[in-house]
Design a protein. Structure first.
Length: 199
């Protein structure tokens, strides 16, 4: 059995206002850096040691992963498997400006089938992240920490639960939270969900 912790990046200044996706230059806010440091301390207390810290290539995830890796004395490895969903034409748009767009309404009602214009569907993001988890599950190794994004983490959790991606909004994955998985070849379970520590 392989222990894996899914960590959502800490806060940035555009959170809840802009659909950042893969737009460049989205870094943690001052509060986000404090969250990342507190998170790193909590994870060291929780699990003691890890084999690896993997991160999405986005700046906000790498900045969240850095203090975690430093506390565990490992390097951060980036992987496209954990990257944010490619929101295509919506990247960088204010969320308020998307309200009323039929494609946006469809996306939020039908995550299992809808796709952002010019972007990728949530199912594709789920598949790439699940393939990484399958590789980790096959390794007999100490725990791994994966730093990613809210929707990608939700997709992984829904897959483990055997639920449709349309149920994405039934799960809360807060900034600077972690969810723990126990994985084995061809299976796994959720040990904890959306755990947080105050900075």
């Amino acid at each position: 059995m392989r222990r894996v912790l899914l960590v959502r990046h800490a806060r940035h200044d555009r959170l809840g206002r802009i659909l950042c996706g893969r737009m460049p230059g989205v870094s943690l806010s001052e509060a986000g850096h404090a969250e990342a440091e507190a998170l790193a301390g909590a994870l060291v207390d929780r699990i003691g040691g890890v084999a690896q810290v993997l991160s999405s290539p986005q700046a906000r995830t790498r900045e969240t992963a850095a203090p975690i890796a430093q506390r565990f004395a490992v390097s951060v490895e980036t992987t496209e498997a954990l990257d944010e969903i490619d929101f295509g034409d919506w990247t960088g748009r204010p969320l308020a400006a998307l309200e009323g767009d039929p494609a946006w309404t469809d996306w939020n009602a039908s995550r299992a089938s809808a796709r952002p214009p010019g972007g990728e569907g949530m199912g594709r993001a789920q598949a790439r992240a699940a393939a990484l988890l399958d590789r980790l599950a096959a390794q007999d190794a100490p725990p791994a920490i994966l730093v990613s994004h809210g929707d990608v983490i939700r997709a992984v959790l829904l897959g483990l639960l055997g639920l449709s991606l349309d149920a994405y909004d039934r799960l809360v994955v807060a900034p600077a939270s972690w969810s723990e998985l126990a994985l084995w070849p061809d299976g796994g379970r959720i040990v904890s969900l959306n755990e947080r520590v105050a900075p």
